[in-house]
Ligand binder design. Structure first.
Ligand code: FNR
Length: 378
């Protein structure tokens, strides 16, 4: 009601409350390189469209007369009490969109009590982001390097800086065919801004002939050569399990058999995700993969979801399809691009308010009672 009350004084929100409009605003504000980087996807965009279509194809069937006066959005995920089933997805190189970059997004998440997942490809070292967040819940996303010692060093630093959950992204052993980046020759990593965690890392630095500032090109080349590893296989997960005490979640799982392998490897959860349609064009929509994964492992490990979430009703649908919580990517990045920390907070608050209303209007007082029976497929 806050927005309506403010309306009495003639004040309207600084950003639209229909978050789907943020993209067009950003399109006008940022140049084609940055916009292509954030909004772009793999191939002709088929997977990103499929993500939206799979959510829109499903419809909520609201129930009536179920006393929804007292509502509680909180959930327990990986043993953590969260105020709502929402987290900010790892997005690299946020300095491209706003100079306040990752610390601003992290502060916004902290202010709303929502976990922030910091990308390995952050433009700010992980320790600085942690400091910006105080005691708030923070998770670390790992791009699994070819260099085992760099990986070990990242894990040690993340632990020391208070990141409690490790999110290992599996769907990016190589960067995909992304025409909007290719057409702009836009590789933000090569522009040297997505490398802060690496350039600040003592083990990474030790592998260089000269300090980063003396030969930045050599540093970028070392980064490119070890950033991801297409040679990894399931048994390699043992190394991560041995070197991380907290929960480990594998991001980018779409096949139920991969979810079972994750379970066998001692992982604590999966994120059903196709990287927002940025990796495999023509891939299964994340929302179509979700029920099969949830059915395979949902009673034995945590199942999270991202790729295409834009509204509170999308959050509701993801829960009904078997997710415990969702991650949101591009919308908060658009909020950041348009209004820094306040823009990210706006996006989080809109999502939570709309989710709360969707729950209530659909006959639920808590996320935990949402289930498959709340949806029909059109
Ligand atoms: C991403 N994503 C991503 N994922 C990851 O594990 N590490 C990363 O560094 C990045 N970087 C990144 C940059 C940009 C610009 C985008 C849009 C996405 C993927 C991200 O975590 C998430 O899976 C998707 O963004 C979810 O889809 P939506 O919400 O953007 O549709």
């Amino acid at each position: 009601y806050e927005i309506y009350l403010n309306g009495l004084t003639g004040a309207v929100p600084r950003l639209p409350t229909d978050l789907s409009r943020l993209e067009e605003l950003v399109e006008r504000r940022l140049g084609p390189g940055p916009v292509g980087y954030v909004a772009g996807s793999a191939g002709d965009g088929s997977t990103a469209r499929a993500n939206r279509a799979a959510l829109e194809r499903r419809a909520i069937v609201p129930r009536m007369l179920r006393d929804v006066r007292e509502r509680d959005l909180s959930v327990e995920v990986l043993g953590r009490a969260l105020p709502a089933p929402l987290a900010l997805a790892p997005v690299g190189v946020l300095s491209i969109t706003h100079p306040d970059a990752e610390p601003a997004a992290a502060r916004a998440a902290a202010a709303q009590g929502v976990p922030y997942v910091l990308s390995s490809a952050s433009s700010t070292p992980m320790e600085e982001v942690a400091e910006a967040m105080g005691e708030a819940e923070r998770w670390f996303q790992l791009y699994w390097s070819k260099d085992q010692e760099v990986t070990r060093s990242f894990l040690d630093r993340a632990k020391a800086a208070g990141y409690s959950v490790l999110v290992v992204t599996l769907d990016t052993p190589l960067l995909a065919w992304r025409p909007r980046d290719l057409d702009q020759a836009y590789l933000p990593f090569l522009h040297g801004v997505g490398t802060a965690n690496y350039f600040s890392d003592p083990v990474f630095q030790a592998g260089l002939a000269k300090p980063v500032h003396e030969d930045p090109d050599a540093a970028v080349l070392r980064f490119v050569s070890l950033f991801a590893d297409p040679g990894k296989t399931w048994p390699d997960l043992g190394f991560l399990r041995d070197n991380w005490d907290g929960p480990i979640v594998l991001k980018g799982v779409l096949h139920p058999d991969d979810a079972r392998l994750a379970l066998d490897a001692g992982m604590d959860g999966v994120v059903v995700s196709n990287h927002g349609g940025r990796q495999v064009a023509g891939s299964v929509a994340a929302a179509d993969a979700l029920p099969r994964v949830a059915e395979a492992v949902g009673d034995r490990m945590t199942v999270l979801f991202d790729s295409g979430v834009r509204t509170g009703d999308d959050m509701f649908k993801a829960l009904a399809l078997g997710a415990e919580a969702v991650l949101v990517g591009r919308p908060y990045v658009y909020g950041l691009a348009l209004d820094g920390q306040a823009g990210v907070e706006h996006v989080i608050r809109c999502l939570l308010a709309e989710f709360d209303l969707t729950l209530a209007l659909s006959g639920h007082a808590r996320p935990g009672t949402v289930g498959a029976g709340d949806l029909v497929e059109g």
